[in-house]
Ligand binder design. Structure first.
Ligand SMILES: [Mg+2]
Length: 328
């Protein structure tokens, strides 16, 4: 039976060029850039709550790091370092090798050093602490939306929710959209380039990543900024081939997923109307659709949906709550 030290050495130690002292000592040593603030976030993924136990370990490794980088992206921070704590039922070397190759593929893609970590025996759960840098006083915060700002979202919403329903056997997705939905669920690409560009070019006032669902996360922006947000239902991006959701059950799922599905890891941000053209140009440059889906008005944290005529619709789907909905 390999010791904890053997396991860590074999699967979790790679070169750490941005770290003064990496894995192996009591603590890692990091050297932040002069004038930078450090954005820190941590997220635990628990088997049966946040992922299905049979999830492909390589994709799970990618996602474990990616969801944390999504939080850094939402702050406009550049990811630099991560710490990884794994609670593992028993050391299955094949599973570990695949899991760690997913973690390090994501780390390489986003220029992150895995600077330290820990492994412990127990029920499968995975916890990453990610650190990023952002020039002092420039981070994108939830509380900085202004009345009159427009609400924007990157990419497409609702895909991860469809992917999860497919994996659970509740629906069968048509072949032409299956991979897009499963990829968003299992191998999300955090919108780091977007977050950094919004911050560098002072395009956005406030930002959040969509991890709990559009309504819930737009609500978090509105609440923190002490405003109301109105979302125009007709402007939500769809992005699928016409007619893919011919079955009423799929249409209903997709609509619900776009409003309240978790796990899409797109960015939601507020920006002044004068920046529309700059934001469109940024989307074209980084090849990521950016959609203007609503606006902030005076208020106290409310979210409303508007139909094609601008009439208010009841807000009928709540966001994803990890304590209320267990995916098993
Ligand atoms: Mg977040």
């Amino acid at each position: 039976m390999p010791s904890e030290f053997d396991l860590i050495a074999r699967h979790f130690v790679r070169p750490t060029p941005r770290t003064v002292l990496g894995p192996g000592d009591d603590a890692a040593l990091l050297a932040p850039s002069p004038g930078a603030e450090i954005a820190v976030t941590t997220d635990a993924l628990v088997s049966g709550i946040h992922f299905l136990p049979e999830t492909d370990p390589e994709r799970l490794g990618w996602k474990t790091l990616a969801v944390n980088l999504s939080d850094l992206a939402a702050m406009g921070a550049t990811p630099r370092w991560a710490l990884l704590a794994c609670v593992l039922p028993d050391p299955d070397e094949d599973w570990l090798a695949a899991f760690s190759s997913g973690v390090f593929a994501c780390a390489r893609r986003y220029g992150v050093d895995v600077s330290g970590g820990d492994t412990t025996r127990g029920p499968l759960s995975l916890c990453v602490t990610a650190l990023g840098e952002v020039p002092a006083a420039t981070a994108l915060r939830r509380d900085a939306a202004r009345a009159g700002d427009e609400l924007w979202v990157s990419g497409f919403l609702g895909r991860a929710a469809l992917g999860l329903a497919h994996r659970r056997g509740e629906i069968r997705l048509p072949a032409e959209i299956l991979d897009a939905c499963l990829d968003r669920l299992e191998k999300p690409y955090p919108r780091v380039e977007l977050g950094v560009a919004l911050r560098e070019n002072a395009l956005a006032h406030a930002a959040i990543d969509v991890s709990d669902g559009l309504l819930a996360d737009a609500g978090h922006l509105a609440e923190a900024s002490r405003l109301d947000v109105e979302i125009d239902l007709t402007r939500l991006p769809e992005g699928f081939p016409q007619g893919f959701a011919a079955a009423p059950s799929l249409t209903e799922r997709f609509q619900r997923g776009r409003l309240s599905g978790g796990d899409d890891y797109e960015l939601l941000f507020s920006a002044a109307p004068e920046r529309r053209d700059d934001i469109d140009a940024l989307g074209a440059r980084i090849k990521l659709p950016l959609s203007r889906i609503g606006r902030f008005v005076a208020g106290a944290g409310g979210v409303s949906l508007r139909d094609a005529r601008g009439e208010a619709l009841p807000v009928f789907y709540k966001g994803f709550d990890h304590f209320a909905e267990n995916i098993q």
